[in-house]
Each structure stands twice: as C-alpha cells, then as structure tokens.
Design a protein around this ligand. Structure first.
Ligand code: ATP
Length: 314
C-alpha cells in the first residue's frame, strides 16, 4: 500500500532522512518511533507529498507521489502535529468548509464524521474554545473527510492530558480497524497499544523494523537476578552461581542476620530463561540461607534507548 524506496531528504549537506526503505501493507498500523529530530515528520511529509525527497521513490498504492501526486494524495489523509485549523470558525462550519474545498457533499459527510470522531457535542462551538483533545479530533475528521484508505498521523497525542490521550488513542484504534495507518510518536507505550509493527528511526535512518510484540525478544532481551544469601562468603556464592552461564558480580553484604552477614550477587543473563528456580536450588543444596531472590527484565524503554543511543537534538 505504501512503498518507500531509498528515500533521502537533505537540508544543505545535512541528511534529515538518509536512505530509508519501508513497505506498509494494507490494513497495517505502523508506529514510526524515534527521538526528537530523528526525521519522523520529514518522512511523513514526503510520504504525503508535502515535501520533495532529495532522492528515492515513494509509491502510494502503486502511484508515484512525485509523478502522479493527485492520484496518490487521494488515498491519503494527513494530520500534521499541530493540525492547521481556522480557530475562529465553529467546528461544523470548518468541516463544511473543508468538504466544499474538496468537492465533497458536506451535508452527508460532516454528520458522519462528527459521529465517527465524537464531535457531536462541539459542532456549534468555536474551534478556539475547544480543548486540545477535541481540536485533535477535528484534525482527524479533516484528515478523514475524503475517506482515505491511508491515514498518516504525526504525533497525534502530543500535548494532550492523560484522559485526552486515552480518548484520542481509542479513536485512532477504531478508525484504524478499516485503514492503513502510519503514526509517529516518541512514546513507546503508544506504539505498544496501537501498532502491529514498529519502525524505529534515529538520525534519519531506520534502526529497527519489527512486529511490536517481537521487539523486546528480538533486540537483546536480558534479565538480571539479584540474590542475597547468608552462611556463605561472596566468593563461595560467585563460584556456586557461575555454572548458570551469566555474568556474576558479587558484593560483600553489610547486613547482619541471625544466619551471619549477607553476601549479594547479581547474575545477568541474556535470552528468555528465568534462572530463579535454579539459583534457589543451588543455595538450598549448599544449606545456605536465601534472603532475597528477584528478577529485573530489560524494558522496551531500554531497547529503544539502546537502539537510538546518542539521541538527536536531545
Ligand atoms: P520531532 O519529534 O521533534 O518532530 P522528528 O523526528 O519529526 O522530530 P524532523 O522534524 O523530521 O524530526 O527533523 C529531522 C531533522 O531535520 C532535525 O534535525 C531538524 O532540525 C531538521 N530539519 C527539519 N526541517 C528542516 C528545515 N526546514 N531546514 C533545516 N533542517 C530541518
């Protein structure tokens, strides 16, 4: 449905987007995730035909956005980060205006969009008096006016309060059921909630492209088990735990217990295995006393940080 091939965009000699390739299938919801300045907006503006690539090709359902922009743009609804709205118009008036400009029968389409985007209560309010959450919904209604098969949403929840974020995300989820969607964000949780697939972009390049559910497993799943035991020295503890195959770091504990001073160890392992049961049986078999056994898994935030380390503008 969307085929981006080797696309770059230069500002002077600076590559804001640097040779990215991306294919999005019909019905997919893809999250374009990256830190500030990574090149998300530039990429989206090129896909929507608002910005010329310096190199590469973009096909929208087979139509080249440069050679055949009219055909390609018909299929796309775009909501930019700060939806450009005429603030002194009422919602209904504004959507009627957008319909007229696009040659669409507003009398039928506008009430449909009001229902779809939950705007019925605010149709007769001025846009400047609406909350940011409602303004985003008006932006979405605008993007959906010509019933596009593809929706491109640039940071649709940025600047919203937590309740508004939930409402707008639910709305996107509903709308995305029947459309192909690319949504940009720097919030990992948003991608996990909304997207089937995540494309991570950093300094103008794609650094990961993976089904959302697989992201954690595919990119360096790690866990660290923390153990505290008494009746053993840190060296004894390290040597007993070393057959587990992880990196063992031990420290002499400071805490005194009825069983003696605690020794603590951290065992870092890669992969999906949970070694807590083995640790417990090692300690028990030596008749040491187990005081603590906990596991900490790396989070998606860690994966994201590792993939985009060095940041951009941040
Ligand atoms: P944000 O989350 O902050 O919107 P982004 O990932 O959308 O970030 P872009 O807006 O695409 O990033 O910007 C990518 C890089 O290109 C940034 O370093 C930005 O400063 C630079 N850039 C964007 N537009 C221009 C421009 N018109 N002239 C020069 N540099 C630009």
């Amino acid at each position: 449905m969307i085929d981006v091939q080797q696309v770059s965009r230069y500002y002077g000699s600076f590559a804001a987007v640097d040779g990215i390739s991306l294919s999005v299938q019909k019905g997919e919801i893809v999250g374009l995730l990256g830190p500030n300045g990574a090149g998300k907006t530039t990429t989206m503006r090129m896909i929507t035909g608002f910005l010329e690539p310096s190199a590469g090709t973009i096909l929208i359902d087979g139509a080249d956005i440069r050679a055949n922009p009219k055909e390609a743009k018909k299929k796309i609804g775009y909501m930019s980060e700060s939806a450009p709205l005429y603030a002194d118009m009422m919602t209904a008036e504004y959507l009627d205006f957008v319909a007229r400009v696009q040659g669409i029968d507003g009398a039928q389409r506008v009430p449909e969009l009001a229902r779809m985007c939950g705007l019925e209560e605010v149709m007769h309010k001025n846009i400047c008096d609406l909350s940011r959450g409602y303004r985003q919904r008006v932006g979405l209604a605008h993007a959906l006016m010509h019933d596009p098969a593809i929706l491109i949403l640039d940071e649709p929840t940025s600047g919203l309060d937590p309740n508004q974020i939930i409402e707008v995300r639910n709305l996107i989820k509903r709308i995305g059921e029947t459309r192909t969607v690319i949504i940009s964000t720097h919030i990992l949780g948003e991608v996990e909630m909304l997207c089937d697939r995540v494309v991570i972009i950093s300094r103008g390049k794609i650094v990961a492209d993976s089904p959302t559910a697989e992201l954690r497993t595919r990119f360096g799943r790690k866990s660290t088990v923390r153990v505290q035991a008494a009746s053993c020295s840190p060296e004894e503890l390290a040597s007993a735990l070393s057959p587990l195959g992880g990196t063992v770091t031990t420290v002499a504990g400071e805490e005194n217990t009825p069983d003696g001073t605690l020794s603590a160890a951290l065992v870092a392992v890669t992969g999906d295995t949970d070694i807590r049961a083995e640790v417990s049986s090692i300690i028990n078999s030596r008749k040491w006393k187990l005081y603590e056994l906990s596991i900490e898994r790396n989070s998606l935030e860690d994966v994201f940080r590792a993939l985009t380390s060095g940041g951009n503008d941040e």
